[in-house]
Ligand binder design. Structure first.
Ligand SMILES: C[S@@+](CC[C@H](N)C(=O)[O-])C[C@H]1O[C@@H](n2cnc3c(N)ncnc32)[C@H](O)[C@@H]1O
Length: 269
């Protein structure tokens, strides 16, 4: 079935060096880069995976971005989570269609988008952020993903509630299925999470340093032994390979460490 590129759609153009250019297609507009320019009208109507020529004869591959590729390119206010950690978070927190998930902080909205897609139209994501400038960036990133992309599951989103609030001061929601904390002092939210998460629910915390994980574990052990059981602490690694002709080997450089993932279950007592 033909699934042609349409106007007002966000696409990626890959040049001969593998560089990625993100373009929102508007009739009458042009995309310019170091090897010429391309009329958006020459892209609108193409099949995904087709190529288009620039005015200087360079071929560009036209693709709809995946969620991970979109996140890598989207506007950032805060530090964001990238595909390798998001992938692990979705499975370790067991995000399922129909789930009610609370997240803090929203940051730039990278995880929010992945959660909204995973809970599907029957689910709900409530996202707390205490800095309004980040919340605005996140709102735009989320709107672009679900409004301007015709693939990557962007047509099926859960209900989103963006909240201006500090989870250290309290969480209004109750009977949540999942709570995901990507902030610097998650132990300060334990009291609120204890009240908000349903028995059997999952708390997942993401932190960059092992000292934060230690503090979180200790606080849980000393003050919340009756309410939470630690299920595991994880670190995710991924190694990209370089493939150039006969040279096939791991990349010399790469991201070695991002953060730790801490998972606990809410107990019934
Ligand atoms: C590392 S960023 C989150 C990035 C986000 N997961 C993403 O993928 O784009 C941490 C965010 O948490 C927010 N934050 C920190 N403490 C908070 C709190 N107590 N309540 C709500 N938001 C908080 C910060 O303002 C920041 O935007």
């Amino acid at each position: 079935m033909l699934n042609r590129i349409v106007d007002d759609e966000l696409v990626h153009l890959l040049d001969a060096k593998g560089r990625r250019h993100q373009v929102l297609l508007q009739p009458g507009s042009y995309f310019s880069f170091s090897h010429g320019r391309v009329a958006h009208d020459d892209i609108i109507g193409l099949e995904e995976g087709a190529t288009v020529s620039s005015s200087l004869g360079e071929r560009l591959l036209v693709l709809r971005p995946t969620l991970g590729e979109y996140i890598a390119k989207m506007r950032k206010g805060s530090q964001v989570l990238y595909a390798k950690d998001i992938a692990a978070i979705l499975i370790l927190a067991d995000i399922f269609p129909g789930a009610r998930v609370l997240e803090a902080g929203t940051g730039s909205g990278a995880l929010t988008i992945a959660l909204l897609r995973a809970v599907c139209s029957s689910g709900e994501v409530i996202s707390y952020e205490r800095r309004s400038e980040f919340q605005e960036i996140a709102a735009r990133n989320i709107e672009t993903f679900f409004g301007k992309m015709r693939s990557a599951g962007s047509s099926s989103s859960g209900k989103l509630i963006l909240k201006a609030g500090d989870v250290y001061e309290g969480i209004e929601e109750r009977e949540l299925d999942r709570v995901i904390l990507d902030l610097s002092e998650p132990w300060r939210a334990l009291h609120s999470v204890e009240q908000a998460l349903r028995p059997g629910g999952i708390l997942l915390c993401y932190t960059p340093t092992v000292l934060q994980i230690y503090k979180l574990s200790r606080r849980m052990e000393l003050r919340y032994e009756q309410s939470f059981r630690v299920m595991g602490i994880y670190e995710v690694g991924i190694r990209e390979w370089e493939i150039k002709g006969r040279s096939m080997r791991p990349q010399h450089r790469g991201i070695v460490h991002t953060g730790f993932i801490f998972v606990a279950r809410r107990l019934y007592h």
